[in-house]
Ligand binder design. Structure first.
Ligand code: ADP
Ligand code: ADP
Ligand code: MG
Length: 496
């Protein structure tokens, strides 16, 4: 095994990777920008390495600087680099630069990332591997005329998608020829500005689909397995808010078929490491390949919880050239797991992000409760990065029990200093349609019009936290959640 791994990321995922290294007796070196000097990752890592940016440059640039990171990894004596998610994780040039420098990139080969990173190329590979695709253009749409012709052929609505898009960005719906005319050039311009690549293509806009994805794991010796599915249909603006495993929608036959399709797709692409095959599933349980994410996914913990497999350790083993120690038959999913993405966004203000200092923090605990976060009390959250600050992962014997447990954990979760998505998740988990598993990717559009006003959401968190601190009395809830929880559990009749 490697003796030292460079962690080229920050936030909760840096902590997650550092902990996996520790589990395997591997030392970790975390690259960090000055704004992250006081971060938990820097405290947890065995070593840390400052990354510089030019004056006036965003701190993000430090985590995107391939040359500097590779140099730092070499200088600090690492043999491998873990890219986490986001930042450089899906950049073929980064995988290539690591290889050139004699470092193992913990992820697929650059050729494979290139093949799958362009959504058009990925569609081609998967089509020849026999996977069903979302109907769409074969290859990029070069001109508006071509786009109009294809759209007329398959019928509206269509989705204009950036070949290099990601993170829910670079997509535009068109319900008519007029909308396509307006949207096409705009989409190309946006794609160029956001992804440095103006290539766009068309897909049929599937009505009321579910987003269900398959986790795969592959070694360097031709072994590929899958670890079941995750349901990620609760989305806002094409971005996931809550994920669960398994999916409440799939039957065993569809589950098997999707797993087999993902494994075949991974073989066709020459895949190595962990990866995710994303699919849309329509109301009749037809599934369509969407894209491959060639990295660890934000929502990987729900799979870990139901399979008992540590995906980051698996990543390290296969990157080290070892053969998979698990066969497909070893993968047995037990129970149910739900992840809530806790962001510093105000659900009542259209999810406007707002950060500050963590004035009070009490993380939920108890059976089946896991929190992946880099927060600690007193931590000043820099506002240069993603708004996701914690993941609450709750596991139970079945879906109903897990929802109850998750509501309990959200009620216990005290985070003062800025607004968070915690109240949103409490609303979501109590929604009858969520409880019934009756939702699609349009669920929030259809159902969420802001939080119900029950008078407990408006407490001034800072004031309450300050008072609580000074009084040094047994702490009441910092943000009224406990009172809220008692009330809501009565309302929904859930067991407490
Ligand atoms: P995933 O595909 O892992 O489920 P998303 O689809 O929400 O997660 O995010 C896709 C991309 O968005 C990630 O690869 C990353 O570029 C970015 N992203 C999402 N969340 C974060 C985060 N907390 N920190 C940094 N980047 C993020
Ligand atoms: P990204 O790279 O940004 O993650 P994806 O292709 O994975 O983009 O799509 C993200 C989300 O957008 C999906 O989960 C789904 O909600 C929606 N979406 C994408 N393609 C389609 C489509 N053809 N029809 C309907 N919804 C789609
Ligand atoms: Mg996606």
């Amino acid at each position: 095994m490697f003796s030292k791994v460079f962690v080229a990321n920050r936030g909760e995922i840096a902590c997650r990777v550092i902990r996996a290294c520790r589990t395997l007796g591997v030392q970790s070196v975390l690259g960090f920008h000055e704004v992250d000097r006081a971060s938990l990752g820097v405290r947890l890592a065995d070593f840390s390495y400052p990354l510089q940016t030019a004056p006036g440059e965003s701190p993000r640039a430090a985590y995107l600087d391939i040359e500097q990171i590779v140099e730092a990894a070499r200088k600090s004596g690492c043999q491998a680099v873990h890219p986490g998610y986001g930042f450089l994780s899906e950049r073929a040039e980064f995988s290539e630069a690591c290889r050139q420098a004699g470092l193992t990139f913990i992820g697929p080969e650059p050729e494979c990332i290139t093949r799958l990173g362009d959504k058009n190329q990925a569609r081609e590979v998967m089509k020849s591997a026999g996977l069903p695709l979302v109907p769409g253009s074969d290859g990029p749409c070069e001109s508006l005329e071509q786009a109009l012709e294809i759209a007329t052929g398959m019928g509206y609505p269509v989705l204009i998608k950036a070949a290099g898009g990601g993170g829910g960005r670079g997509m535009r719906r068109a319900y008519s020829e007029e909308e396509l005319k307006v949207g096409f050039e705009q989409a190309k311009r946006e794609a160029l500005a956001s992804f440095g690549n103006d290539s766009v293509y068309l897909e049929k806009y599937i009505a009321r689909p579910r987003h269900i994805e398959i986790q795969i794991l592959a070694d360097n010796h031709g072994n590929v397995i899958h670890l079941g599915e995750r349901e990620c249909s609760v989305q806002r603006r094409f971005q996931k808010m809550l994920e669960e495993a398994p999916s409440p929608f799939l039957d065993e036959k569809t589950r098997q078929a999707m797993g087999t399709a993902a494994v075949e797709g991974a073989r066709a692409a020459g895949y190595r490491g962990v990866g995710t095959f994303e699919f849309l599933v329509d109301e009749n349980k037809n599934f369509y390949f969407l894209e491959v994410n060639t990295r660890l996914q934000v929502e990987h913990p729900v799979t870990e919880e139901v399979t008992g497999v540590d995906l980051v350790c698996e990543q390290l083993w296969v990157a080290n050239g070892e053969k998979l120690r698990l066969s497909q038959d070893d993968i047995v999913c037990r129970g149910w797991s739900i992840e809530c993405r806790i962001t510093c966004e105000d659900p009542d203000l259209n999810f406007t992000p707002a950060v500050g200092q963590v004035r009070g923090l009490r993380l939920p605990a108890g059976p089946g409760v896991r929190v992946d976060t880099h927060l600690y009390e007193g931590y000043k959250v820099p506002n240069d990065f993603d708004s996701m600050l914690a993941k609450l992962i709750v596991t139970g014997s079945d879906r109903e029990a897990t929802i109850g447990r998750a509501l309990g954990a959200l009620g216990e979760f005290e985070l003062a200093g800025f607004p968070t998505s915690i109240p949103f998740h409490r609303w979501l988990l109590q929604h009858p349609r969520f409880a019934a598993g009756d939702f699609s990717t349009h669920f929030l559009e259809e159902e969420f019009q802001g939080l119900p006003d029950d008078g407990t959401q408006d407490l001034d968190l800072l004031t309450v936290a300050a008072v609580v601190k000074h009084q040094n009395t047994p702490r009441p809830s910092l943000n009224g959640q406990s009172a809220n929880w008692a009330r809501s559990s009565r309302l929904s009749g859930l067991r407490t």
